[in-house]
Design a protein around this ligand. Sequence first.
Ligand SMILES: Cc1ncc(COP(=O)(O)O)c(C=O)c1O
Ligand SMILES: C[C@@H](O)[C@H](N)C(=O)O
Length: 365
Amino acid sequence: MPYLTSSNDFRSDTFTTPTKEMFEVVSSSSIGDAVYDEDVDTLQLQQKVAEIFGKEAGLFCVSGTLSNQLALRTHLLQPPSSILCDFRGHIYVHEAGGLATLSQSMVTPVIPCNGKYLTVEDIAKWYIPDDGDIHAAPTRIVSLENTLHGIIYPIDELLKIKQFCVENDLKLHCDGARLWNAVVASKITDPTIYGKIFDSISICLSKSMGAPIGSVLIGDKAFIKKANHFRKQQGGGIRQSGILCKMAMVAIESDWHKNLQYSHDLAHDFAKYCENLGIPLECPCDTNFVFLDLEKCGIDPIFLSTIGEEKYNVRLMGNRVTFHYQISRKSVENLKLAIKEAVEYAKEHPFKGSNANKIYRAIEK
Ligand SMILES: Cc1ncc(COP(=O)(O)O)c(C=O)c1O
Ligand SMILES: C[C@@H](O)[C@H](N)C(=O)O
């Protein structure tokens, strides 16, 4: 099926497509060489994102993976070192082992005791102190994700973790690919709170915000200056990035609160529908993701995505159903028909296969 629009694409919010307005602004974008900090639209976007989330400076990156990897590399001075994160964290599961190769760092993947997000108790239990034990790779960074699997991090827990990091000389990074969603769902009126808590934040513009390309890494000036050095080293120093930054600025200047709330409302409605069908959720539906425990209902994810595409014109991948502002209500109705058929089919043909190819891990209950 030719890829037409994202209105029926529930695979990820990375499938959001540029708007007509984004294409229209391209012709008036600045055309300076961003490697020399001479591109006005790039400088403006970097500063805008830094100001929104309360940091001194920003650095445009072509992907969230690059933004995360630069942040963590910049915080690290020399091996041996460890980075503590949630065992489901993108930096650990989905960034191709970049921390090992680009940062020569170990990772301590931790399963949250509360089944949702790491608490300060989880971190205190699993962090590796720099106490002179030559067997160890001491923890240098705690890297959190907000949201992670769509789960919101409570501010009071973040503040406790921040305090622990300060007391133990640890850097605190946030993979904020969907921090915009957390702001809307938590009804945060002043997002600079996150800049007060985290030493660095990677903010994606290409997911729920709908820009075609780009993330911005934010931090203090000295940190961003060093991250820029690593960005050049890793080939991320791009030239006329004003084209991309102007498009991204359209997303920031849009009514993103309304857009993201729409996607959250669709997700919450679908989550309720699935639970009423007897499909448990793998984790709470706080924002735009619905993680279904298909295994518990004997539903084959391949069967679901196949009938979804061939019979109901919806695009699905695995057990994560993603909502974004370009999803149409008609597509949600089609999605509900597809999941209903999959439930009925599973009653007669329960799927007992392996979920080894599951790219989104769940916490065993
Ligand atoms: C939580 C999270 N962090 C980082 C990334 C990486 O972003 P990118 O795909 O632009 O590298 C993603 C991907 O969507 C993500 O879901
Ligand atoms: C697959 C993963 O890298 C991507 N960030 C997503 O959420 O779809």
